[in-house]
Design a protein around this ligand. Sequence first.
Ligand code: ADP
Length: 264
Amino acid sequence: MLADYLIRHEPYYHPVGDEVALFAAACAARLPMILKGPTGCGKTRFLEHMAWRLRRPLVTIACHEDMSAPDLVGRWLLDAGGTVWHDGPLTRAVRHGALCYLDEVVEARSDTLVAIHPLTDARRMLPLERSGEVVPAHPDFLLVVSYNPGYQALQKDLKESTKQRFGALAFTYPEPDAEAAIVAHESGVDEICARRLVRVGAASRALVAEGLTEGASTRMLIHAGRLIAGGIGFASACALAVATPLTDDPALRDALAAAVAAQV
Ligand code: ADP
């Protein structure tokens, strides 16, 4: 039924610890999971890989503050034959046994998130208030949410009553050898260049102590690598893909440029 959501080819994922075995165990125990960590450090890729490994469809929902409960669970819509019920993405995942990924979950309003509570405790069911139906979760259904505990946690946090329903895996940037292998694989640059990019990343992360909101993600380093693989010089690629998007502060921009220059 959710064949379109099945991942047919193995997504490349470089493990950084025992997260593959732990997630598989959580999945077998039907324990809903939080993937915590800074943006661009591999949470989504990890879940794509796990969905492929566990042969489960993956339904991804990007959370935002205007998202309402009907956007998740579904609504009545008018068509030629009258009003018909349309399942939302969460309900489809619940019915058909998918992994349902709520990306950046703290962006959703807490009144919207209450809809997931009956799915995350022993009941494992989804009451559809507007249609009166109660949908029992398929045995293979699992809820997974992602959350950036860094700068976001200052303004927004998950409610305790939501948080305590989940297990969690903490992600961070991969250690240098692993990050260089990932950057080389994903961007096409050679290993020497990937290592230089990883050192720029490390320097940017050290600048968080100087006021940078977040350091360069693995994703950013891959973007720079792709530009380099396409023929752009190292410094220009780092300026375009890393330093300029990261900050508007001239002093921090200069510090990033110096970190790049040290690698040229
Ligand atoms: P997040 O969901 O944490 O914001 P992503 O999973 O989208 O980040 O990661 C960004 C990119 O970084 C991915 O598209 C992938 O190319 C790469 N990446 C990061 N970590 C890994 C990893 N451990 N293995 C393979 N690729 C990775």
